[in-house]
Design a protein around this ligand. Structure first.
Ligand SMILES: *[C@@H]1O[C@H](CO)[C@@H](O)[C@H](O)[C@H]1NC(C)=O
Ligand SMILES: *[C@@H]1O[C@H](CO)[C@@H](O)[C@H](O)[C@H]1NC(C)=O
Ligand SMILES: *[C@@H]1O[C@H](CO)[C@@H](O)[C@H](O)[C@H]1NC(C)=O
Ligand SMILES: *[C@@H]1O[C@H](CO)[C@@H](O)[C@H](O)[C@H]1NC(C)=O
Ligand SMILES: *[C@@H]1O[C@H](CO)[C@@H](O)[C@H](O)[C@H]1NC(C)=O
Ligand SMILES: *[C@@H]1O[C@H](CO)[C@@H](O)[C@H](O)[C@H]1NC(C)=O
Length: 561
């Protein structure tokens, strides 16, 4: 009976232990946390993901009629020209203050099989970005600058619409005229070569520092590095961390906790200087630093925190956008049989207003761009270029109506990231952005048709199509099968345990009933251990000379059954 009972209790305890310990969670915690050498860390260092960048260019099909002022600009979308992007997180270091620093290195390789043609062969008609851009930038500055630029550029005879290859548009080309212009106007033209993708993937190396979750910080400290073994420096780390928290909370005015994996600093700065962020000790810092130009708390898009909730809004920073973009929960669904959340770019992502601290920094001289356009000029040598969703989807309808050949469409032109909510890793993504040139060139008679227009140049889709089979298998195991297996185990164990205890109880009940009929103190004592025999009773037994028997069989248990 006791054995049965023990087994029953054991099973019940096991079931309870599974509920408490949650082995799936332990495995997830162990394999999929970002600590030195973990599975996630190894994956993250060189993500085995297939990321493709598809480029669509807008070929102008009525250049003559447009320049004569007879027709609206008509464009034809050409593409895709596909590049595969290889990402590596280099030089990653776990800092003692609970952050992780690294250098993301991205490399793009052309994929001819997926492309419509050879970008070095295909010729397109495209507005002259250098000429129109610089003229418009001057117009933005002052009337005098606009006149000066118009006067300087006119004798060069630059064509307003160029006949160039797609490759030249994307990666830039040596234009002798641009070179001459840059010597004439060095203050305004500080580039020799101007390519759209060259600007988007500007590959100066950046050092990014992100916040690690509390649990991971502890794990890193216990991981056997020198700090963990040394009591004094451990203390130091702790006080550093405290200081760090103090610093952080005071900085964020206790508004928000530090979110796991969010950006702490980018190239050493918690904000974007090109949108007006100044160092914390600047006299005007409180006024100038707004949520709009603060980078801290946003995400680089490669990892998100664990246990994502549907109400969360994430700001994602990619250099190509020149800014952070908010994404919000849209719907729930499944990808490859795994639960997933669809996050899409917020309706008002490219809307700026002087009164909104989240977008006011994008308005220069109190002038904001129309809804649907985000200023990119600080990342484009001050040329007035804007980012939007392709075909001005979710933008002001007048933008797409002003150009022939655009038709915004949710399926084709929205930006979504599909995330695995428990882990916070993107499973699928389609980030789509368009680059447009904003032209304002009233001082140049030849360019008059371009006055006050928004001209689409290209749009790009960055897509993560699917995870590697290995990762899918792991996710399936952890989030598809493991929870059922675990619940199954708990149920079976609990049932087994309960039934065993019930059986034991039943047997015990029967046997005690039987025992009451023919009560014999010596017999009942036999089923106990020696030590449990009360002293007076033992004395009594010794008198009977029965102790021998008891000693030889100290633990009689099952005889009763
Ligand atoms: C771009 O448009 C021009 C007409 O303006 C056409 O001649 C040219 O073939 C087009 N380019 C491509 C690659 O289709
Ligand atoms: C990584 O660190 C090494 C040594 O500190 C440095 O030489 C190298 O340039 C760094 N790599 C990147 C991509 O920054
Ligand atoms: C944490 O340490 C890193 C590297 O030393 C540093 O760049 C970062 O500014 C520190 N963060 C804080 C909040 O102190
Ligand atoms: C563009 O230039 C190429 C080669 O110089 C020429 O063959 C083609 O006809 C031109 N396209 C247009 C639309 O002028
Ligand atoms: C995520 O949620 C699970 C279950 O709800 C919980 O056990 C776990 O601790 C959470 N993890 C984090 C990092 O919040
Ligand atoms: C051109 O300038 C006018 C007045 O300065 C402004 O209202 C308009 O938005 C500008 N257009 C573009 C496309 O930048």
């Amino acid at each position: 009976v006791v054995k049965l009972c023990c087994l029953g209790v054991l099973f019940l305890t096991l079931a309870y232990a599974i509920i408490v310990i949650d082995p799936t969670e332990v495995i997830v915690e162990d394999k999929l946390s970002m600590y030195e050498g973990s599975y996630l860390n190894r994956l993250w260092k060189k993500p085995p993901l297939e990321v493709f960048i598809s480029i669509y260019v807008f070929n102008v099909t009525n250049p003559e009629a447009f320049m004569r002022g007879e027709e609206r600009l008509r464009v034809q979308e050409l593409g895709p020209y596909v590049y595969q992007e290889f990402l590596e997180h280099r030089n990653s270091t776990f800092n003692p203050n609970g952050t992780l620093s690294f250098v993301p290195v991205r490399r793009q390789v052309f994929v001819p099989e997926r492309s419509v043609g050879d970008p070095k062969e295909d010729r397109i008609m495209i507005p002259n970005i250098a000429l129109l851009g610089v003229s418009s930038a001057a117009y933005r500055m002052s009337t005098f600058a606009a006149f000066a630029v118009a006067a300087a550029l006119k004798p060069l005879g630059m064509a307003p619409i160029l006949n160039i290859t797609t490759h030249d548009l994307l990666w830039g080309y040596d234009d002798p005229l641009v070179r001459i212009a840059s010597t004439l106007l060095p203050d305004i033209i500080h580039f020799q070569k101007l390519g759209v993708l060259d600007r988007m993937f500007d590959d100066g190396f950046d050092t990014v520092t992100i916040n690690l979750p509390q649990s991971v910080r502890n794990q890193n400290r216990n991981a056997g590095n020198d700090i963990a073994d040394d009591d004094i420096s451990d203390h130091l780390t702790e006080s550093l961390q405290e200081e760090y928290y103090h610093d952080m909370t005071s900085r964020l005015k206790v508004e928000e906790p530090i979110r796991d994996y969010s950006i702490d600093v980018w190239n050493g700065s918690p904000g974007l200087a090109h949108w007006g962020y100044v160092a914390k000790d600047h006299w005007d810092a409180d006024k100038r630093n707004t949520p709009c130009n603060t980078l801290q708390g946003s995400y680089d898009g490669s990892v998100f925190p664990r246990n994502i909730s549907k109400t969360e809004v994430f700001k994602v920073y990619r250099k190509a956008f020149c800014r952070t973009l908010p994404i919000a929960f849209e719907r729930e669904g499944e990808v490859d049989g795994i639960k997933a959340y669809w996050f899409s770019i917020k309706e008002n992502a490219f809307e700026s207003s002087v009164d909104d601290p989240h977008t006011s920094c994008y308005c220069k001289n109190n002038r904001c761009l129309p809804k649907g356009l985000g200023d990119l000029s600080p990342c484009w040598y001050n040329i007035p270029v804007a980012v939007s969703l392709p075909h001005y989807y979710k933008g002001d309808p007048s933008l797409s109506q002003a150009i022939d050949g655009l038709s915004p469409n949710k399926e084709k032109h929205d930006a979504v990231i599909i995330m695995q909510p428990q882990l916070g890793i993107p499973m699928k993504a389609n980030i789509r952005v368009q680059i447009s040139l904003l032209t304002n060139v009233s001082f140049n008679s030849e360019l008059r048709p371009f006055h006050n227009t928004v001209i689409p140049l290209i749009w790009a889709e960055m897509s993560l199509e699917k995870l590697t089979p290995e990762l899918i298998l792991l996710l399936n195991l952890l989030f598809g099968i493991a929870p059922y297996l675990q619940t199954g185990c708990i149920c079976i164990l609990a049932l087994l345990g309960a039934s065993l205890i019930a059986t034991a109880a039943l047997i015990l009940l029967c046997s005690t009933e039987a025992a009451t009929f023919e009560y014999d103190p010596r017999k009942s004592i036999r089923y106990s251990t020696v030590n449990m025999i009360p002293y007076p009773l033992r004395k009594e037994l010794e008198k009977y000379g029965e102790t021998e028997i008891i000693r030889r069989e100290p633990l009689l248990v099952e005889n009763s059954a």
